[in-house]
Design a protein around this ligand. Structure first.
Ligand code: PHE
Length: 346
């Protein structure tokens, strides 16, 4: 029986060699693997064999079947390819067949909103400037009235790193907010300045639905003669209306940031319930969207702006928070986990 199977194998292989069309291959398949093939016959006849022989023959026959099936698949592919090659050669390519659509890329929701917000402020006369993600303590904290050991440092859980210089290692950090760019910009130019700074910021966080170690902020500030809190309110109110709709109301309340005085937080009336109170606004009717304030005189002094001549306002808003509000997204981690099912919705 085993000898018969071996003979079958070499016959099948021998015939396969000379086959070069799909129809020829189909006939071969029926001959060697079909219901009436010699191999099927052997498998059917197993029951009548004595136990010892049954085991050996069964194993060999099954092995042969797997082998022939595998060989068939390989041959199928080879024939398909050579048939395509032949038909192209003979000019039988059907140019009227519809093409394969190529997947279209799109902008990330964060990028879209970021550009939209930048457009709004540019239309109001602000200039867009970017800054470094890796910062010195001086710009991220010190120059913003947050000295070493100041308790306000607890507001920003910081990722520290070492930077190698000629005089040894210097501590650096991943900026915890975009506010250091207030200092960098003012250091390098004289007023008036009207600037917005979009960019990534980093926090030493255990991530959860509302915290990420990396997210986006947009900083904005304007310094000139005679700038008052009314300018801050007017500018931000106008921004809120352009972003969230003409009928939006805005509310300012006291808040604390060491580098502004006074400091405020701005909220808009909830666009879902129009201020009546719902789940989105936790029943309050208001949604906080940013922190802001008048640039602290000590900050101005540090960049050599005379606070008796110049005043300014500054604000910083978190981009993902706005997106979560706008689209009802309840987990910030969705933004940067590269799940196409999420991203394709925008
Ligand atoms: N930098 C602050 C933060 O990240 C926000 C802010 C910016 C507040 C500018 C006031 C003025 O929390």
């Amino acid at each position: 029986m085993i000898a018969k199977l071996d003979e079958l194998r070499s016959r099948a292989l021998g015939e396969l060699d000379s086959i070069d069309t799909s129809s020829g291959l189909e006939a071969w398949r029926i001959r060697y693997l079909g219901r009436k093939s010699a191999l099927t016959e052997v498998l059917r006849g197993l029951a009548t064999l004595p136990l010892e022989e049954k085991r050996a023959t069964g194993a060999a026959a099954n092995e042969l079947r797997t082998f022939l099936e595998k060989t068939l698949t390989l041959k199928e592919e080879a024939i398909r390819e050579s048939e395509i090659a032949r038909s192209i050669e003979q000019g039988q390519l059907d140019v009227t067949l519809p093409g394969r659509p190529s997947a279209l890329g799109r902008l990330h929701p964060t990028t879209k909103l970021l550009r939209h917000i930048c457009d709004i402020f540019m239309a109001m006369g602000f200039e867009v400037i970017e800054g470094p993600d890796v910062e010195w303590d001086y710009y991220n904290f010190e120059a913003l009235n947050i000295p070493q050991d100041h308790p306000a440092r607890d507001m920003w859980d910081t990722l520290w790193m070492d930077f190698e210089t000629e005089d040894g290692r210097q501590p650096m950090l991943l900026r915890t907010h975009t506010s250091p760019m207030q200092i960098r910009v003012m250091e390098s130019r004289r007023p008036p300045v009207r600037v917005i700074v979009p960019g990534k910021v980093y926090r030493y966080e255990a991530t959860d639905a509302t915290h990420e170690a990396m997210f986006y902020q947009i900083e904005g500030f304007a310094v000139d003669k005679n700038i008052t809190l009314a300018d801050l309110k007017g500018t931000l109110f106008e921004f809120a209306k352009r972003l969230f709709g003409e009928e939006r109301k805005a509310r300012f309340r006291c808040d604390y940031f060491p580098f502004v005085e006074p400091g405020v937080e701005m909220a808009i009336d909830c666009f879902l319930c129009n201020g009546a109170g719902c789940q989105l606004c936790s029943g309050s009717g208001w949604i906080e969207i940013l922190g802001a304030g008048m640039v602290h005189p000590d900050v101005l002094r540090r960049v050599d702006y005379d606070p008796d001549v110049y005043t300014g306002f500054a604000f910083g808003l978190g981009l993902e928070r706005m997106l979560m509000l706008k689209y009802g997204i309840d987990d910030i981690r969705l933004f940067y986990s590269n799940d196409l099912r999420f991203l394709r919705q925008f």
